[in-house]
Write a protein that binds this ligand. Structure first.
Ligand code: F6R
Length: 253
């Protein structure tokens, strides 16, 4: 795991965008795994600028998003479909047919048996797997919506969101009751199969979980810790998120 500590969110966003752009320049038809949340918004903004300035084309890129709530229509302002179109897809040149987000109808939400989930994993495989997976990290160490647990699911699946995650996401809704109780997420196996992984963390909210990720061994109670056994993971963290990391001050800029 390679750690890159940058001054602030602006630098993180720029470095992350350059990382993705380099991947696409190297392989124009890259399959990108994408995340939502507050953290990658600046990265999407910077990538948009690169496309607008004619420095980057995403025309051949194929995307697969990590997760989506269940029970929100794709045009609901808090759905991840909406988020991705608002922050990224509507501003760049990726053809609509090359964009994929998991979607499960509310009525079809059964944790044991999810046809749409299997179809999603098959589709990723059919595209040759993910070349670069962008991840954020939850304060509890979740990646995607893979929450701390005694066991973690391998493939795309339906999850019941923890109270902590619902509370953390309540800021985007009027009332906590409106936060969906279920979501569909790529599993840790789907994430770990990616060729390369880029994990982004910003702000002091993440300093504790990053310190745990840095210091602890692999355990399902800290889902992001699985990344320790992946051969190509880069973590970009800003100084606030890296505050509790026992890494050299030089790294912290
Ligand atoms: C979003 C996702 C989540 C977030 C995580 C961090 O697609 O998969 O795991 O990356 O909850 O969210 P933020 O960036 O809002 O702190």
């Amino acid at each position: 795991m390679e750690w890159r500590i940058v001054k602030d969110y602006e630098e993180l966003s720029l470095m992350a965008a350059r990382f993705v752009a380099a991947q696409v320049k190297n392989k124009p038809n890259s399959v990108l795994g994408l995340a939502t949340g507050s953290t990658p918004i600046g990265m999407y903004r910077e990538l948009t600028r690169m496309v607008e300035r004619g420095e980057l084309s995403l025309q051949q890129v194929v995307t697969f998003n990590l997760d989506e709530y269940i029970g929100l229509a794709p045009d609901h302002p808090q759905s991840y479909h909406y988020y991705m179109h608002h922050h990224f897809f509507s501003h760049v040149d990726i053809p609509a047919g090359q964009i994929h987000l998991p979607y499960v109808e509310k009525g079809a939400a059964q944790e044991e048996d999810c046809e749409a989930c299997e179809a999603y994993d098959r589709m990723i495989e059919e595209h040759g797997g993910i070349d670069l997976q962008v991840l954020g990290i939850g304060r509890n160490g979740h990646i995607g919506f893979n929450e701390p647990s005694i066991s973690l699911e391998v493939g795309t699946h339906i999850v019941t969101l923890t109270e902590e995650t619902r509370q953390a996401n309540a800021r985007f809704f009027q009332r906590i009751e409106e936060v969906p109780t279920h979501a569909v997420t790529m599993g840790v196996g789907s994430i770990m199969k990616a060729e390369r992984i880029l994990l982004l963390a910003s702000g002091s909210d993440k300093k504790e979980v990053l310190a745990r990720l840095y210091a602890e061994g692999v355990r399902t109670e800290l889902p992001a810790s699985l990344l320790h056994v992946h051969q190509d993971v880069t973590v970009i963290a800003d100084r606030e998120a890296a505050a509790w990391l026992p890494v050299g001050e030089s790294l912290k800029g």
